[in-house]
Ligand binder design. Sequence first.
Ligand code: SF4
Ligand code: SF4
Length: 70
Amino acid sequence: MAAKGKITIDQVLCKACELCIAVCPDEAIRLSEGLNDKGYHPAEYSKDTCRGCALCAVMCPEVAIEVFRE
Ligand code: SF4
Ligand code: SF4
């Protein structure tokens, strides 16, 4: 069974490129409704379904995602 995990996304670093959303196999990330200081809707962890695969963190060009495995 896949490992269970969770992520944090730095709301200031995120530029809303959506690469993490596209790559996540568990659809655990979405764009937030709020704006960050750069004027983007930053990505946020939306569902407690993360398997800790770290694909989102590898893809993120801003290195804004940290993955924690349980
Ligand atoms: S670690 Fe994997 S499952 Fe978890 S949010 Fe990132 S891409 Fe999705
Ligand atoms: S890949 Fe990084 S910069 Fe792009 S939306 Fe996700 S957290 Fe933001």
